[in-house]
Structure formats: C-alpha cells, structure tokens
Ligand binder design. Structure first.
Ligand SMILES: NC(=O)c1ccc[n+]([C@@H]2O[C@H](COP(=O)([O-])OP(=O)(O)OC[C@H]3O[C@@H](n4cnc5c(N)ncnc54)[C@H](OP(=O)(O)O)[C@@H]3O)[C@@H](O)[C@H]2O)c1
Length: 305
C-alpha cells in the first residue's frame, strides 16, 4: 500500500483513496447485468473488466482492435464479449454500436474508460485535435448511439481526470478544437477531460429519469497512459510511483463504484474521486457551455457520416 493510502481516510461513502475495485463492489451480485467498458485491453479498463466479471456481470469489452478486445475478455472469463471500438474512427465506433444492437444487448452501464494523454505534438484526426477527438468525440458518438440501449436505471460513467483543471480558461475552447490557435500537450489533455466532464453533466440532463451519467477521476496511477511522457519522467514515476500513487486495483475503484454500487445510484451529473462525490473546477458547472459542446459535437459527428 502506498504512503498516501495509509494517511488518507475514507469519505462518506465508506470508501476512499485506498479502496480497490474489488472492495468498492464487495457483496454486489451483478448476475444478469450487461456492462460495456471501453479500453479494456490495458490499465484501469482491464482491471474494471476483471472485477465486473468476477461479480457476475456480462462485460462487453472494447479495444482498438477486435483481437485486443477478445484477448482481454478471454483473460477475464467466459461471460464476456470483445468488440473493436477504435475511438478515433467514427466508422469503428458506429460498427460497435451496431454490433451491440444486433446482439440485442440492453446495457446496465457504459464505462467510457479509454483514453490517451499529452501527445507531445499536435496530431489531428479528421481535422480535430487527437485527444479531443479520441477521448471526447469517440465516446460522444458511442454513448449517443447507445442511449436507447440503456436500461431504465442504466448508468453512464465518463473517465474524466483531475487534469481537467489544466484545461484552458473557460474549460473547452470551441474555437480551438483543431489546435488552430495553439497547442500545449497538457492543456489539450485537460480540455479533453473537461469535455468528458461537461458531457456527463449535459447527458445527466438529457437522459430520462432513472438513468444517470457521472464523471470520475480515478486518481494518479502508473499505467500505459504515460507512454507519451518523456523517458526521464517515466523513470521517476516508476521509482516513486509505488510509494505515492494508487495501484491499478485502487485506480479502477471509482469507476466501478459509480457504475454498479447501489449507493451511487442517486447521483447524476456529479464528479467522483476516491469513490466519493467531489467538486470539479468551478467553471465545469458551466451548463451553457455543456450545451454548446453537445451541439458542436453533434455537428462534428454528423459531418463524419
Ligand atoms: N492513469 C492515471 O493516472 C489516470 C488519471 C486520470 C484519468 N485517467 C483516465 O483513465 C482512463 C484509463 O487510463 P489508463 O490509465 O488505464 O491508461 P492505459 O493503460 O493507457 O489504458 C487506456 C486504454 O484506452 C485504449 N485506447 C487508447 N486510445 C484508444 C482509441 N483511439 N480507441 C480505443 N481505445 C483506445 C488503450 O488501448 P491501447 O493500449 O491499444 O492503446 C487502453 O486499452 C483514461 O481515460 C485516462 O484519461 C487515468
């Protein structure tokens, strides 16, 4: 256990910094439940897949390729389905939506976990900044495509990050979605995670009563997410990480808690960290911006048909 976990106490939910995904779902039977997890091939997504299957859920695990998805699913157990869902390719995301529909699956939760972080140079996909496009647009197309597949009490969980605080002033600059004004790796990552947060908040308003949408910060965990960080930073992270950072089982706790713990069911439009509701950056409550982001995302998605 890291030093941080030893010194931090649990919050009102009874869980906290040191809780693992297994602890946050202890005693909960997910038999008969269907849960979709994006980015199931690595890090937090892989652990989320493992724990939800352990609790009895059928998990639809998605990854960039069907091979990666099936490999991760096979490792987790037989009650799994692996689909390709390359988030930066709308055709792949839409094919995933169609596969879920064709299989007749009704979903109890969608955990939008996949993501990329801090690409050193501006990369564009269909003309849009890659992190915004992958982390936000890919999940926007997926979730809006699957909204009618959500069960009456279905939950959507968006992996945001405390790095949403690094987003530019205002949160999401709708006039810089192509990096046309400027590009800073962490600000762009922060903007994409701010967009995940605003999307959860807007979705919470648009979903019918009973269905919920929340955003989560999983903590800081050493995973493949850091692959674009400089080697020196990765080495330091590797050395001090076990002392101060969350482990992967701890990192997967908040998304599992928000997706399946009955105590989390009443929350919608909220931001969770360490399995408890917390406050995001003040301007993440900017609902007019959340509405504008939704409209802009719809337009972008429609232009890529
Ligand atoms: N780790 C942290 O400290 C931390 C902190 C705050 C928030 N988060 C968030 O937590 C989530 C999970 O991150 P992680 O730490 O588990 O990272 P990870 O180990 O790198 O896992 C990310 C997953 O997303 C997948 N992915 C990346 N780009 C994709 C794309 N274009 N299409 C489909 N799948 C894609 C990856 O697949 P490949 O392996 O094939 O690329 C991988 O399965 C991310 O949304 C991240 O922003 C993490």
């Amino acid at each position: 256990m890291s030093l941080t976990a030893i010194f931090k106490s649990n919050g009102p939910s009874g869980f906290g910094y040191g809780s693992t995904a297994e602890q946050a779902t202890e005693g909960i039977s997910l038999a008969g439940k269907n849960i979709l997890v994006t980015g199931c091939s690595s890090g937090l997504g892989k652990e989320t897949l493992r724990v939800l299957v352990k609790r009895g859920a059928r998990v639809i695990g998605t990854a960039r390729t069907v091979e990666k998805a099936r490999e991760a699913c096979a490792e987790a157990g037989p009650n799994t389905i692996g689909y390709a869902c390359e988030l930066s390719e709308p055709a792949s995301v839409r094919a995933c939506v169609e596969a879920v529909k064709k299989e007749g699956i009704k979903l109890d939760a969608i955990i939008c976990n996949a993501g990329i972080m801090a690409l050193p140079k501006l990369e564009l996909k269909f003309g849009y900044e890659m992190q915004f496009f992958t982390n936000h647009m890919g999940h926007f197309i997926l979730v809006t495509g699957l909204m009618d597949r959500l069960n009456d009490n279905g939950r959507v969980v968006m992996l945001s990050s405390d790095a949403h605080r690094m987003a530019p002033a205002g949160g999401v600059d709708l006039d810089n979605l192509k990096g046309e004004k400027q590009y800073k790796p962490w600000a762009a990552y922060g903007q994409s995670k701010f967009a995940n947060l605003l999307f959860a908040k807007e979705l919470a308003i648009r979903l019918p009563k009973g269905k919920t949408a929340n955003a989560v910060h999983p903590g800081v965990i050493q995973t493949n997410l850091g692959r674009h960080m400089p080697l020196g930073a990765r080495l330091v992270f590797g050395l001090v990480g076990p002392l101060f950072l969350k482990s992967i089982p701890q990192g997967a706790a908040t998304q599992c808690y928000a997706a399946v713990n009955p105590a989390a069911a009443l929350n919608s439009g909220k931001y969770f960290a360490d399995c408890n509701v917390t406050d995001p950056r003040k301007d993440a409550e900017n609902m007019p911006l959340a509405g504008q982001l939704w409209d802009a995302s719809e337009k972008i998605a429609a232009s890529l048909k």
